[in-house]
Design a protein around this ligand. Sequence first.
Ligand SMILES: Cc1cc2nc3c(=O)[nH]c(=O)nc-3n(C[C@H](O)[C@H](O)[C@H](O)COP(=O)(O)O)c2cc1C
Length: 193
Amino acid sequence: MPVRRIIIAITGATGAIYGVRLLQVLREIPGIELHLMVSDAGVLNLHQELGMGRKEVEALAHVVHHIRDVGAAIASGSFQSDGMIIAPCSMKTLAAVAHGLSDNLISRAADVVLKERRRLILMVRETPFNLAHLRNMTAVTEMGGIIFPPLPGFYHRPQSITEMVDHTVGRVLDLFAIPHTLTPRWNGMKQDD
Ligand SMILES: Cc1cc2nc3c(=O)[nH]c(=O)nc-3n(C[C@H](O)[C@H](O)[C@H](O)COP(=O)(O)O)c2cc1C
């Protein structure tokens, strides 16, 4: 079976759970090789929000890259991947991607994914947005990236945070055409009895 490679980056926006849940779900799917980077602020939030340390999260990936290692395989377009998900994506990393900064391996790998016309998903998180945030999201969209703020839906009547997170994670997997059963599919309005 050919290996599908997916690059995941966890940055310092709130919502570290999205990155962790993506790793947990994807590692159970055969034939997927997970490449992971965690920014310094991402490590802070993993600890603050989930009580998880860097090593524990890195153990969920097949390959771990340090964000200063700009010589890593994923820094080159010749490294074949299906694409990259930044989950969650801070406004700082959004800005770096929007402006092609490539100032660390996260923004460089995203830059490469964009130039190779592969899937790039930014699970941006901030509220409210200022004009710089909005312009940066527009710029990434114009370059072919997908701005995917993790905004929960309520129409499926979630009973827990896990259900809300899984609903969003499932929609991200849909964008990579990865089959999953994380959430029921919407089949139209149901009549209440
Ligand atoms: C607890 C905590 C929550 C944060 N939440 C957000 C957030 O939701 N969105 C955001 O853009 N930055 C947030 N930040 C700020 C970023 O972590 C900060 O801008 C950092 O420089 C981002 O760097 P990185 O993109 O390299 O991870 C938060 C910081 C902390 C400590």
